[in-house]
Every structure is written in structure tokens, then in C-alpha cells.
Design a protein around this ligand. Sequence first.
Ligand code: GDP
Length: 538
Amino acid sequence: MSELQEELRREIEKRRTFAIISHPDAGKTTLTEKLLLYGGAIHLAGSIKSRKTQRHAVSDWMEIEKQRGISVTSSVLQFDYDGCRINILDTPGHQDFSEDTYRTLMAVDSAVMVIDVAKGVEAQTKKLFKVCSERGIPIFTFVNKLDHYGKAPIDIMDEIENVLGIRSYPMNWPIGQDGQYLGVYDRRNKKVLLFAADTSHGQQARIADVYEPDDPAVIARIGEENFQALKDDIDLLDEAGEPFDMEKVNAGELTPMFFGSAMTNFGVQDFLEGYIRMAPTPQPRPSSDGLIAPDDEKFSGFVFKIQANMNPAHRDRLAFIRICSGKFERNMSVWHERSDKLIKLAQPQQFLAQDRQIIDTAYPGDIVGLFDPGIFGIGDTICDEHHKFKYADFPVFPPEKFARVQAKDTMKRKQFVKGMEQLTQEGAIQLFQQAGAGMESYIVGTVGTLQFEVLEYRLKNEYNVDIIMQMQPYEVARWLAFEDGREVTPASLKGADRGMFVYDRHQNPVLLVNNEWALGWITDNNPDLLLNHVPFDK
Ligand code: GDP
């Protein structure tokens, strides 16, 4: 083994790269903050919090981006814990940015799912879970807010299985009945952890009183009845529960589940340690040249996020690269697959908690931000010029909101088109053209309505273009094809006028309709029509 390969293996072994998924308010921010606290990356919890204030207002959202000098929509938090280097790829909490979240999930090796113990599996968790399970990555569950009233753990397990289709393995088990919990039993270490009186409001790292299960103090504190109920539960879990199976965890079929309370720090450290022990190191990735192993000496990575104009004065764009193999070195030259060009990676940025800093080296699993002269697009591969290949394409996430957009001042058409193309390349919007309509307006598709406000704000601030925007009543887009390959046009498609007939950027025909029901008439009347929620493979 070469020296470089030894170095790579050592570094890869240390790395854990993940994202946290949850429904808003389940406690993702609080948990992230506490993980950083244990990692020593921040001294007092609370510093991440501030950026969430007024997250619904677009201008504030932009302001926050500017103040922080780093993208709110996809920041990367890195810290060391117990010899491991942890990369948390932060994802936006607002569901209108779920597309950003979906893409970020393409760049992680595992995911942590936070569930509110009182609410169970919620809508947004379900959507995000689906993206993870389609990738087949391991998912770890943190059931939060155990300090509050909550559902019975067995009901949470059932819900996870029935709603998400994944079985769970409780690593610890809540102590208490009727939704009032006093602590947990740690099944692996066979210890009882009880909530300690917290005098620091969760700002310090000490939170639980730990006992041997047979310590008389346990019964004294939780009472005979709770003690007996705990014993019964544990016996039942050990005998009748799903056995722990690391292979199933790795295949995304079984989720290790931890109960705790991020706010009071209860169970957070145990979760972090359990997670580090079980979570995958950076994994091989499928490419046009087969699986690329992370310890391959030749560098490679891909772009999963582009954030433009973080500093309007400089018009900078930052491309976020997930390193997949080899060693990243500042000023190295790499081959950019899409443009077939060699480019020099100067001024790479890395993120340590909130601060950007220039870095010299990075390894598989790490994320670097690169200043982008305008050549990168989402999903682009960069790699060593002596081993050229392309990583698998990103999935396309179907747009659900549509608006007609045009420049108010026709003299500004050039800037308008430039801005629209830029935002499309970033993946913030999808562009369509209405069949038969003139070129002065676009139909814009997004995953959420807030994106339209962002679009308006950014065109104005970055391209000095005012736009006219008319929301369209459609919520469903379907790419169209006839089985026999004949062309789908507004004339050849029966009922084309029941929705809006548009073309995507590659001239593929797409029909926009109000809802799934409206599709019924179309399919009934066009028996050989094929419909797809993303473009058909060519
Ligand atoms: P996010 O939207 O998922 O990022 O959720 P936050 O971390 O902002 O938490 C939402 C709310 O739940 C906030 O008011 C938190 O203080 C609160 N919260 C978070 N963790 C806990 C917990 O363990 N117990 C209780 N009682 N509240 C919590």
C-alpha cells in the first residue's frame, strides 16, 4: 500500500458525514447545536439558533445569508469528537427549500431522523425519509423531547414501521408510563439514566444520573411500578423484538433508535457515541466507471449545491463539493466532466462551525466550497485527469408550483435571461416555455412558493431586473410521450387545453395540470400516452 493510500484509509476511517432530517420544530436545530457543543465547536449553545428567527421572510433570509457570509440553505458544520471527524450537512428547515435538502441528502453517507416523541412521524419527515431510503443509506433515529409528555415508545416503533416502512431497534428505552418519562434504560451498556435537575438550561454537557439497574436508588427514584414496567418491557424487547443486525442497518432496513431530549442534553452524548460507533465511513459511489472507492488515490468529487452572490459586491458563487475519493489539495487541477476542461481549484473554503476558512487539504467525506467562475452545475463531476468518469446523475425533483415570469422592462431582457439561466443552473428553479407563446415570458416551476419570492428578490438585487409574475393554478407536471414514439404536441394530445402545454429546456413536452385527478381525463382519452413525473430517459 502506498503512503498516500495509508493516509487516505486513516482519514476515511475517521470520517462520518451526515444530514439531519425532520419535520419543522421536532428539534433539528437544537440537536445540531448540542452535537456541536459536545464537539467543542461552540462553547455555548444558542449561537445557531439566531439565524432561524423570522425564517419565513425572504428578505430576512437573505440578510441572514449575508451576515453570516455563509449559506443558510446548506452550511456544513465540521467538528472532531473522540478521534472522529464529523461533517454535518445542515439543511434548511423551511419546507419550501426541500429541494435543497433533497440534494444535500445526495452528498451524505447516512442520515439522522429527528422525531418529536409527542407527534411521531410527520409529513416532512416522511418526504425526506423517502429520499434517503431511495438512496439506501443507513438512517439513525433520535426521538426527541422525552422531557415532555410523549407517545408510548411501542407506538412510535409501530408508526415508524407502518408509515415509513422501516423497522427500528431501540438502543435505549424510556422509563415511565402514560407518556411521562423519567429517563431511559441503555440496553447496550445496561445502565439506567435518569433526568438530573438541570440548572444550566441545557447549556452544559452534564445531564443524567447514571445507575446500575439493580442499584436500590433506581427503585427509590422511579418507584416500584415503573421499575416493574421497565423490566417487563426490556424482557419483551429482548425476547420478541427485532434482533440487532448491522447489515440491515447498513442497507437502510433497520434504524437504530435513541430516545432523548436535545434541549436538556439528555441522551445526546450517548446518541453521538452510538452514532459514531455504527455510522458508515465515506462509502464508494456509483459512476460511469463502476463503483469508485474512497481510498482510490485519484481525486474525485461532485457538486451538490451552488450558492451564488453570497457577497453581492463581488458576485461570487460558491460550489459545494463532496469529496468522494483521493486527497484534495489546494491549487490542484482537476478535470471538469461537463465542460471537458482542466480547472484549478484555488481558494477552497471549509467550514468549522460558523466560520469559513481557507483550507489546504481535505479527504473523502469532507465538503469544500469552491469559488466558481460560473462553470459548475448541480451534479457535476470533477476528477483526476488521468482517471476520467462521471458520477451518477442527481434525481430530478418534480416542481409543484408554477408562475409565468417576465421582465417588466423589455429593454432588460438580456439581464433577465442571464439571471433566469443562472438560477436554473443553481437548481433553484426549473424553466419551461409555453407552447405557442412568445419568448418574452417563461413558465417557472419550483418545489415551494417561497422560491418565487427568492427569485424576485434575487433578480432585482443581483441583476437589477424587476419582474412581473403571475402564479398559475397548476400543481402537477407530467412529462409526456406516446408509446409509438410519435410526437406529442398540443394538437396530437387530446385535452391539452385542460392544463398548460409547455416544453422544458430540452424541448421535451410537459403538461401542467391542477391536480392528479385532472390527469385522469387525459390518460382515459389518450390510451397510448406515457406520463412521467421527471423527464424520460433518453
Ligand atoms: P427544528 O425546527 O426541528 O430545528 O426545531 P428546533 O430545534 O428549533 O426546536 C423547536 C422547538 O422545540 C424549540 O422551541 C425548542 O426549544 C424545542 N425543543 C427542542 N428540543 C426539545 C426537547 O428536548 N424538549 C423540549 N421540551 N423542547 C425541545
